[in-house]
Design a binder for this molecule. Structure first.
Ligand SMILES: [Cu+2]
Length: 94
């Protein structure tokens, strides 16, 4: 008899706050860049709250995530300093 867990035990889920995202294009840009990080299994972005939830196979360096977000053109907000922000748009929103 075998057991097949539906959730991998070695997955880490971490949420980050990102400022500057204003539309679906922003979301896809951040998702694309963060998805490129080694070990990342899934990226979920909530545009309304600016929350980026990253599922990875190992704990991620926040600096690496921040670099990916910066690469996408946005800014990772340290959790302690997170607050609603009306950032600049990517230019494709309107
Ligand atoms: Cu946008």
């Amino acid at each position: 008899m075998t057991t097949s867990p539906t959730q991998a035990a070695d997955q880490t889920v971490t949420s980050y706050s990102v400022s500057g995202m204003t539309c679906g294009h922003c979301v896809s840009s951040v998702t694309t860049e963060v998805s490129k990080l080694p070990g990342v299994a899934d990226v979920d972005v909530d545009l309304a709250s600016g929350t980026v939830t990253v599922t990875s196979h190992a704990p991620l360096e926040e600096a690496a995530v921040a670099a990916a977000v910066t690469e996408a053109g946005y800014e990772l907000v340290p959790a302690a300093e997170a607050e609603p922000s009306a950032g600049s748009c990517c230019g494709t929103c309107h």
